[in-house]
Write a protein of this length. Structure first.
Length: 298
């Protein structure tokens, strides 16, 4: 409920307060006393109309209107800044026509709730079609028409969709009948896939066996090479043993040669000693043996 209306620098009202009755408030006054200005101020606060600043008192820096509704204060001010406020909460970015949502919700008014002195008598001068339109706007009868139109549109869409689905179902059944061979083909394909899997397994085993055979052949060749190497090593060992034996025999022969040289040297010395002894004997006994009187042979 609107409780109070205040005008500051609004047309003829420098500072005016209007208390409104709970039931009915009537504005009575002489012409050009500002009655219409108050209605215009009420429209400016409730609907942000009229636009512009022609309603601001000439020579004033700002214009302001206050409205007390259900204990809440709404302030509309236009000067250096263009603002709304609700209980001291300020709204600045609300556009040129739109009213802030919180204030609009509190007022809960529309153009159907407002009529100024220049408006025709409420609905009495309207045509039946216009009256019906206004009634529809109030009790929202147009919603029924919108719902019915929407239902009819959806019904048409559903019927069209149904026909399309029937056609698709018919085509699907025909294609299904044409593709009966797919079941047998699928069975054969599964059997073929199983055989292919087994063939791959056998191929894998064959490849493994081939690798084993190749590795065995490599090992056999290595074994032969090692056997030959072992035989050569035995021969070398035997030759080494023979060389050792030859070396021992050579050393013995060298020892024999040394001993023979020593004996030869001793024999030579003995012969020389014998010659000297014979010479000494001859000198001592002469050329005739004193026992047998035989000449001594030289």
């Amino acid at each position: 409920m609107i409780e109070r209306l205040e005008a500051t620098n609004f047309q003829v009202h420098d500072n005016f307060t209007l208390e409104l009755d709970k039931q009915v408030t009537s504005l009575v006054g002489r012409s050009d006393s500002g009655k219409t200005s108050l209605l215009r101020l009420l429209s400016w606060i409730c609907f942000n109309q009229p636009r512009g600043e022609a309603f601001r008192t000439h020579g004033k820096d700002f214009v302001r209107g206050k409205l007390v509704v259900d204990g809440h204060m709404i302030v509309r001010k236009k000067g250096k800044k263009n603002t709304y406020s609700l209980d001291w909460k300020t709204f600045a970015a609300f556009g040129t026509v739109k009213v802030p949502e919180e204030i609009e919700t509190l007022l809960n008014l529309s153009e159907l709730n407002y009529q100024d002195q220049h408006s025709p008598p409420f609905w009495l001068s309207l045509s039946p079609g216009q009256v019906s339109k206004e009634l529809n706007a109030i009790i929202n009868l147009g919603l029924i028409d919108d719902v019915l139109a929407h239902v009819a549109s959806e019904l048409r869409k559903a019927k069209a969709t149904k026909e399309v689905c029937k056609s698709r179902l018919k085509d699907a059944r025909r294609k299904r009948k044409e593709l009966q061979w797919v079941k047998e083909f699928d069975t054969d394909l599964q059997a073929l896939e199983l055989l292919n899997k087994r063939a791959e397994e056998e191929e894998s085993r064959t490849s493994l066996l081939r690798q084993i055979v190749e590795q065995r052949e490599i090992l056999r060749q290595r074994e032969e090479t090692l056997s030959m190497t072992i035989l050569d090593a035995g021969t070398v060992l035997r030759i080494g043993e023979q060389l050792e034996q030859s070396q021992e025999q050579t050393e013995r022969l060298l020892n024999y040669c040394t001993e023979m040289e020593q004996w030869q040297s001793k024999a030579t010395e003995a012969r020389e000693s014998l010659i000297h002894l014979e010479s000494d004997l001859v000198e001592m006994i002469g050329e005739t043996c004193p026992l047998c009187q035989q000449p001594i042979s030289k």
